[in-house]
Design a protein around this ligand. Structure first.
Ligand code: DQA
Length: 141
């Protein structure tokens, strides 16, 4: 299987950024754990702080990446604001699983809304770094 893991703004600061909310593990740690846990999966990792770059990468993954089985997407703050990312997810023929490290439903009101959730295959939120592994398992089913 081939799975892409796409992370949005400020996810490059994981491990240093509000560890009481997002934990102490860096994005690199999470990527290494995924490669270790799923040795049979080919992973592609992408992170950007820019909305346009995320849209372009989702389009590229959806239409140009050969034999891609799914995308794990943590769009971070763009989850709550970006119709452009939601449209890109809706536009591609590849299933996308939305993930969030924190339980967004237990946080501020504006984080309880996801523009991306309705166009995803499913959403996983609130289990820390394990959400990435759970999403890969969901895509493997
Ligand atoms: C997040 C939750 C978002 O509300 C927030 O803007 C993030 C990270 C999470 O993984 O918990 O940057 O997507």
């Amino acid at each position: 299987m081939k799975i892409a893991v796409v992370n949005g703004p400020n996810m490059n600061l994981l491990g240093r950024r509000q560890p009481e909310i997002y934990g102490h593990r860096t994005l690199h740690d999470i990527e290494l754990s995924l490669r270790e846990e799923f040795a049979d999966v080919e992973f592609l990792f992408f992170q950007s702080n820019s909305e346009g770059a995320l849209v372009s990468e989702i389009q590229r993954l959806g239409y140009e990446e050969e034999r891609l089985d799914g995308i794990v997407l943590n769009a971070a703050a763009y989850t709550h604001t970006s119709l452009a990312i939601a449209d890109a997810v809706a536009a591609i023929p590849v299933p996308v699983v939305e993930v969030h490290l924190s339980n967004v439903f237990a946080r501020e009101q504006l984080r309880r809304q996801s523009l991306i959730a309705p166009v995803c295959a499913g959403s996983i939120s609130g289990f820390g770094a394990a959400v990435y592994s759970l999403a890969v398992r969901a895509l493997k089913k």
